[in-house]
Design a protein around this ligand. Structure first.
Ligand code: NOJ
Ligand code: CA
Length: 673
C-alpha cells in the first residue's frame, strides 16, 4: 500500500511537524520531526520503551549552506515490502525482507532552497535510515565536513565496544563497560539496556562514503563521526547522492540480535549475475607456521611457501576433502621491513623456490585449488597498479580465491596522487571504502572471490557483490600466536554479538596444538580443544580455515573428523541461546543436505546448558556425533580433555551439555541409517 501526503505551505502550522513509521509487528516506532528552529530530529521506541531519544539529523558542507536548521517537512511517503530473496551462499538460503518504509522530504523556506530526504525502513528486528540528497540549485560537487546524525541512548546501559580510530584498526579486545566510559567506538557497537533490550548500532551498504565511528559528544549522545580523508574532508561527492543506512538492530534479548538479517536486507541485490563460481568451502594453508615462528614469509632456510611444502599441504587437503590451500609468502617483497613499506611487493613475481604453474596443476589433479595471497602492507597505489595483472595471473592458473592484507597502522594507508605525492588515509575512510570495491569488482571480472584482512568493516555488501566472500576485521586466531595478551576465553563469546553482526569473519579456527610454546608460556590458545571445534559452527564464514599444521591434525584424527565433516555453507542458521560475553549456542543446517550442526561455547566460566532439540526439522531419529569437554577439561589446566561419543536423539529430546571453563561443544546430527 502506498500513500503520498503533499503538505502545502499555506497549511503550515506553527508547531513542528512530525511523521512516524512502525515495524510490521508494531513493536518498533520511529518518529521524525523538526524543532522550533527547523532542526531535524528522530526518536525510536521499542514496546513503548525509549531506545533513542531526541537525536539530531543533518550534515554540513565545506562550501554550501548546512543541512542543520531552517527545515520543514514538506512531504511524506509511505511504502512497504514483504518479500524474500535467496542467498547464493550464506547463513540461510532464504532471507525474509518484511518492512515498512517512510520517506520524509525536508526543505527550507529560504532561497536558494536546500532540500534533503530521509528514508527509513523498519522491520521487526530493527531499522535503517539514510539521507538522500537530490540535486540542489547552484551546485553539484559537495565536500561533506560533518554528519550530524546522533544516537541518543538511554543512560544506565552496558556496552560492548572497541575504540574507534586507534592504530590497530578493528583488532582490539572488546570492552564491557557502562555507556559513559566510551569516547569513540567502532560499529557494530552492542548495548544492553537495563530492561534487557539489546541494541546494535551499525551501518549498511557503505559505498562511496566514509565509515563512521561513534563519538560520545555528550553523555549518552553518540555522533556518527565520519572518518576523514587526509585533507580533513569527510566525504567528497556530487548531488544527487545518498548515504549508507544508519542502522539500529533491536531485540528483546541477546539472542534476538543474532537472528537478524537487517544489514543484508538493507543492501542492494546481487549485481554480478551468475555467481555459481563463488564457492564456499574449507581451506588449510601455509600460514600458522609463520605466526608461531616455525616458518618465514621471506626467503631463507625456513621459507614456508616452497614448492615442496605447498605440495604437502595439497596432499593433506586432498586426503581430507578440503577444497583450498592458502599460500602466504610466495611473492617477492617479504624480505626486509615489509610492515612499514608495502611498495616492496610484487604481486606477479614468485620467489624462485615457489613454482605457481606447477603447483596449481598439481593441485588441480588432486581436486584442490590454491588460494592466492596479496599482502599490500597498506600501499594501496602500489597494489592498484598491479591489481589487474595480479588477478589475471591467478585467473590463468585457476586460482579463484585471494586473501588480501592491509597491515599498516590505521591512518597509514598510502595513496600516491597524480603528481606523485604520498598521502596517508584511514582504513575506513572514503578512499579505502572505494578501493575495496574497486578490488572486488576487478576480482569479479576474473571470477575471483576476495577475503581482505585489515579490511574496512563489513556493511553487508556481500549481498550485492557475492565474491566479497569473507574478511577479518577483528582480533582473530593469529593473536593466540603472538598477541600480548592472546584472546581471552570471553573473546569468542563476544564476537558473535558484536563484529559478527556485520557479516562473516575469517577468524581461522581449528588450532589443535593449543600449547605450542608450552603450557606455561603466555603464548598459547586460551580454549579447550572442543571449543576450537565449536568455533566452526559459531563463527560464521563461508570459507573456513583449518588453521593448524597438518602434523597436529594427524595426531588427533578423531577430533579432526569434525573439521572434515562440518560444512561452510548453510540452509538455515538459528541462534538458540546465549548472553553477550558469556556463552552462545548456534544450530545450523548444511546447505543441500539433511545434517544439522550445533556449536556451543562459553567464556572463562564453566556452565551447564539444557538445549531443546526442537530445531531439528523432522521427527527422524538422528545420530548425534558429540565432541565435548571431558570432566576435567579446563582451558588452562587440561585443554585436551575431550570426549567424542555418539547418541541417538530426536527433536523431542533436551540435550544436557557441560562446557568447561574456556570450553565448548560441537555436534553433528546425521540421520540414523
Ligand atoms: C595479517 C593477516 O591477518 C594475517 O592473516 C597474515 O598472515 C598477515 N597479515 C601477513 O599477510
Ligand atoms: Ca590481522
Amino acid at each position: 500500500m502506498r500513500s503520498i501526503t503533499i503538505l502545502t505551505l499555506l497549511a503550515l502550522p506553527a508547531l513542528p511537524w512530525s511523521a512516524e513509521v512502525r515495524s510490521p509487528d508494531g513493536d518498533i516506532r520511529f518518529s521524525i520531526e523538526v524543532d522550533d528552529v527547523g532542526a531535524p530530529y528522530y526518536e525510536v521506541d521499542y514496546r513503548g520503551e525509549t531506545v533513542t531519544s531526541q537525536s539530531r539529523l543533518g550534515m554540513r558542507f565545506q562550501e554550501q549552506q548546512p543541512f542543520d536548521s531552517g527545515f520543514r517537512i514538506v512531504a511524506t511517503h509511505d511504502d512497504g515490502n514483504d518479500t524474500s530473496w535467496e542467498q547464493p551462499w550464506g547463513e540461510r538460503r532464504t532471507v525474509v525482507d518484511r518492512h515498512n518504509e517512510l520517506l520524509v522530504e525536508f526543505a527550507t523556506m529560504d532561497r536558494p532552497q536546500r532540500r534533503f530526504n530521509v528514508r527509513v525502513r523498519v522491520s521487526d528486528d530493527g531499522l535503517g535510515f539514510r539521507y538522500e540528497v537530490p540535486k540542489q540549485s547552484g551546485y553539484s560537487t559537495v565536500n561533506i565536513v560533518d554528519e550530524l546524525t546522533e544516537f541518543h541512548l538511554p543512560g544506565d546501559a552496558t556496552a560492548w565496544w572497541i575504540p574507534g580510530r586507534r592504530y590497530n584498526r578493528y583488532e582490539y579486545l572488546y570492552n564491557t563497560t557502562d555507556l559513559e566510559e566510551i569516547q569513540t567506538a567502532h560499529t557494530p557497537m552492542t548495548v544492553r539496556l537495563l530492561s534487557g533490550i539489546h541494541l546494535s548500532i551499525h551501518e549498511a551498504a557503505l559505498v562511496d562514503y566514509a565509515a563512521f565511528v561513534l563519538d560520545q559528544r555528550r553523555p549518552n549522545v553518540f555522533q556518527a563521526d565520519l572518518t576523514p580523508w587526509s585533507d580533513g574532508v569527510r566525504v567528497k561527492t556530487k548531488t544527487p547522492f545518498h548515504t549508507p543506512w544508519r542502522t539500529i538492530q533491536i531485540a528483546p534479548d541477546a539472542v534476538g540480535l543474532l537472528n537478524s538479517d537487517l544489514i543484508l536486507n538493507l543492501n542492494e541485490p546481487n549485481v554480478l549475475g551468475d555467481v555459481s563460481w563463488v564457492k564456499p568451502g574449507k581451506y588449510v594453508g601455509i600460514w600458522w607456521g609463520m605466526h608461531i615462528g616455525a616458518n618465514t614469509w621471506g626467503s631463507g632456510p625456513t621459507h614456508g611457501a616452497s614448492t615442496g611444502e605447498t605440495k604437502k599441504y595439497i596432499d593433506f587437503a586432498a586426503k581430507h576433502g578440503i577444497e583450498g590451500v592458502l599460500v602466504e609468502g610466495w611473492n617477492s617483497g617479504w624480505d626486509g621491513d615489509w610492515y612499514s613499506n608495502g611498495d616492496v611487493f610484487s604481486f606477479t613475481e614468485a620467489y624462485p623456490d615457489f613454482d605457481l604453474p606447477e603447483l596449481t596443476a598439481y593441485a588441480a589433479r588432486k581436486g584442490v585449488e590454491l588460494i592466492g595471497h596479496h599482502e599490500t602492507s597498506g600501499s594501496i597505489t602500489n597494489y592498484e597498479k598491479q591489481m589487474g595483472d595480479a588477478y589475471d595471473l591467478y585467473e590463468s592458473h585457476g586460482v579463484h580465491k585471494v586473501k588480501t592484507g592491509y597491515v599498516a597502522d590505521a591512518g597509514e594507508l598510502k595513496r600516491v596522487d597524480d603528481r606523485g605525492v604520498a598521502h596517508y588515509e584511514w582504513h575506513d575512510g572514503q578512499f579505502a571504502v572505494n578501493h575495496h570495491l574497486r578490488a572486488v569488482k576487478e576480482a569479479a571480472k576474473r571470477r575471483i572471490s576476495l577475503n581482505p584482512h585489515e579490511p574496512v568493516k563489513d556493511t553487508g555488501l556481500r549481498r550485492t557483490y557475492p565474491n566479497w566472500i569473507t574478511r577479518e576485521g577483528a582480533r582473530g586466531q593469529e593473536y593466540n600466536a603472538w598477541g600480548e595478551p592472546p584472546n581471552p576465553p570471553e573473546h569468542t563469546a563476544i564476537l558473535p554479538y558484536t563484529r559478527m553482526l556485520s557479516g562473516p569473519m575469517d577468524f581461522t579456527p581449528g588450532v589443535f596444538d593449543l600449547t605450542f610454546k608450552g603450557a606455561d608460556s603466555p603464548f598459547r590458545v586460551q580454549t579447550t580443544l572442543a571449543k576450537q571445534l565449536a568455533l566452526y559452527v559459531v563463527l560464521y564464514s563461508p570459507i573456513q580455515m583449518a588453521a593448524d599444521l597438518p602434523e597436529n591434525y594427524e595426531q588427533k584424527p578423531e577430533a579432526f573428523q569434525f573439521i572434515v565433516d562440518v560444512p561452510a555453507d548453510w540452509e538455515e542458521s538459528i541462534a538458540l541461546a546465549g548472553e553477550v560475553g558469556d556463552f552462545v549456542v548456534f544450530a545450523r543446517k548444511e546447505r543441500g543436505g539433511e545434517d544439522w550442526y550445533l556449536g556451543a561455547l562459553t567464556d572463562e566460566t564453566a556452565r551447564r546448558l539444557s538445549i531443546p532439540l526442537s530445531f531439528l526439522d523432522s521427527d527422524a531419529t538422528r545420530v548425534a556425533e558429540i565432541y565435548r569437554d571431558g570432566d576435567s577439561a579446563h582451558w588452562k589446566d587440561d585443554p585436551y580433555d575431550i570426549v567424542i561419543e555418539e547418541r541417538e536423539l530426536s527433536r523431542e529430546d533436551v540435550l544436557e551439555l557441560a562446557l568447561a571453563a574456556g570450553g565448548g561443544a560441537a555436534i553433528r546430527f546425521r540421520m540414523a541409517e
